[in-house]
Design a protein around this ligand. Structure first.
Ligand code: AMP
Ligand code: MG
Length: 517
């Protein structure tokens, strides 16, 4: 390992920096308003590694011994558990606001997250953020901590989503401490390091639109410019940057939600403060993957009205985009006179989402060409799956091996057909599917390969996370690490993982996941 590679990781010139902190300092000087509060983590006792993402570290171009490196007496473990910083890191807790469950919640902010800094990596410029590193000025009633249970869920699911090819913040490290943390019961603390090009959320923009402080509009404009210049450079020369940004975020969000829907992912807390301005999946809390298909499935035990159920996710995304649009209006003086352009921009979601969704269903069904009725074909399958509560992941995976050259009722099609109680209804649908495949000259074996590359065998079902959590709570982290490796390649059959590809056990139904984390 060369010293140059080491240096780029652990610090110094060209190493750690924080452009958001620079913007914060500039705004404070020029407009008397900041983006948050420079802050240090509150150390935890006796931190230890639970998991560390070697494949992400490789993508970042970091040396193989990145976890062993010391710098000025500060170890990597100290840094990634929030107990110390390396030179160049300028941690900040940022301020944001947001709508929670459809209601304006006012100021929120990084109540337990700290942006340590950013670094130029082999995967581009990335921000590194700790979650659970202690109280900040935005903690409100919270303790600033995250428990091992929820941190394992976040760590595993962000890597599972990445494995599925879905835009997401990543997880680099997971460290634990014996520090007791009170939730419904006493648990222990953990810190996750998350990595993303930016952790800015819709809520950051809402904050400066509504906080009413002097200089807030200037900060809002500066934030838009920052995001455009650093993350959407293709929009730099647009005359109306806020509008251009809005339109692009609408497209990205439509793509993201279509991706979620296509794997049966339910986010669980789609509040505007949990919506990324880059269209990434962020803030893994009470998420869930569908088992038996129920479109109204609510994964968050605290969401009694089902606002964030699976089939509401596209609507909620649209609602959240409207909140973002409203927040950008102060920067669009002409919109105050005539709201038409912003309404028109929002309407873009009504075409962008179905377009993205239909494209996803087509890919899942192995279709290469486009026919107008493809969306209907997919929806009719989903309707049938819903009627029979057919397992979402297993159904699409078994459909890969559907044989269009024999009758639907042929024993060769039994694995998929037998998932449906009403065999006649399945046969009718399968007949239409087979005709559709024949019309495009589809070759079963080739289609099977295509479909198996997008229809996962393994998703992070609640019971899998639960098993890893229970073992970890008794000091055995092997299941966390096994699942991490498994979910990094969710479409490839892996020896010894048959049970992970199977139906969830009955006890899975008793798992309740709430906002408590
Ligand atoms: P979430 O529902 O996790 O997206 O969090 C909503 C808000 O509550 C954010 O401002 C979080 O930073 C804050 N928050 C959640 N849990 C805690 C905690 N244990 N301590 C401090 N702040 C928290
Ligand atoms: Mg959040």
């Amino acid at each position: 390992m060369s010293e140059i590679q080491r240096d780029s990781y652990r610090a110094q010139p060209g190493g750690w920096r924080n452009r958001l902190v620079s913007l914060h300092e500039q705004l404070q000087q020029q407009a008397g308003i900041g983006l948050g509060t420079p802050w240090q983590g509150d150390p935890v006792p006796a931190p230890s590694w639970v998991a560390y993402n070697a494949s992400l570290a490789r993508e970042l171009g970091w040396p193989a011994d990145w976890r062993q490196l010391q710098h000025e007496g500060v170890s990597a473990l100290d840094v990634w558990s929030g107990n110390a910083v390396w030179p160049g890191m300028k941690p900040i807790a940022t301020v944001y606001s947001g709508h929670q469950f459809g209601v304006w919640a006012g100021q929120l902010g990084d109540g337990r997250a700290l942006l340590l800094g950013e670094m130029d990596t082999a995967a581009g410029l990335q921000e590194f953020q700790l979650k659970g590193a202690g109280r900040t000025p935005y903690s409100r009633m919270g303790d600033g901590r995250a428990v091992l249970r929820s941190s394992i869920r976040e760590y595993l699911c962000s890597e599972a989503m990445h494995g599925l090819g879905i835009p997401t913040t990543r997880a680099l490290t997971l460290t634990a401490s014996p520090l007791p943390v009170r939730r419904e019961v006493m648990e222990t603390a953990a810190v996750v390091t998350r990595v993303a090009p930016s952790f800015l959320r819709f809520g950051h923009f809402e904050h400066f639109a509504y906080c009413g402080e002097a200089g807030a509009t200037q900060a809002l404009q500066a934030l838009v410019d920052f995001v455009v210049e650093h993350h959407y450079p293709e929009l730099k020369d647009e005359a109306d940057r806020p509008m251009a940004l809005l339109r692009t975020v609408i497209e990205r969000t439509a793509e993201l939600i279509a991706a979620w829907q296509s794997v049966g992912f339910c986010h669980g807390v789609m509040n505007t403060d949990n919506m990324s301005i880059l269209g990434l999946t962020i803030d893994y809390g009470p998420f869930g993957f569908l088992d038996g298909f129920d479109p109204e499935h609510i994964c968050n035990h605290s969401d009694s009205n089902g606002r964030y159920s699976w089939n509401n996710q596209p609507q909620v995304a649209y609602w959240n985009l409207r909140a973002l649009a409203n927040a950008l209006v102060p920067l669009m003086p002409e919109v105050k006179r005539d709201p038409a352009p912003v309404l028109e921009a929002l309407q873009q979601f009504e075409t962008a989402f179905p377009r993205a969704m239909t494209a996803r269903w087509r890919t899942k069904l192995g279709l290469l060409t486009e026919e107008v009725d493809d969306g209907r074909l997919a929806i009719d399958l989903l309707r049938l799956m819903a009627q029979h509560r057919v397992d979402f992941t297993i159904a699409f995976r078994r459909l890969c091996e559907f044989r269009s050259d024999v009758a639907a009722a042929d024993p060769l099609n039994a694995p998929i057909r037998d998932l449906f109680l009403d065999r006649d209804a399945f046969d009718q649908w399968a007949g239409r599917y087979a005709q559709r495949l024949h019309r495009e000259g589809s070759v079963d074996a080739e289609r099977c390969d295509r479909m198996q590359a997008v229809n996962p065998l393994y998703v992070l079902r609640n019971h899998m996370a639960e098993t890893a959590i229970r073992r970890a709570q008794s000091g055995d982290f092997s299941e966390v690490r096994r699942l991490e490796a498994l979910l990094q390649q969710p479409c490839q059959a892996q020896p010894g993982a048959e049970a992970d590809a199977g139906f969830p056990p009955t006890w899975a139904q008793s798992i309740e996941v709430s906002c408590s984390s």
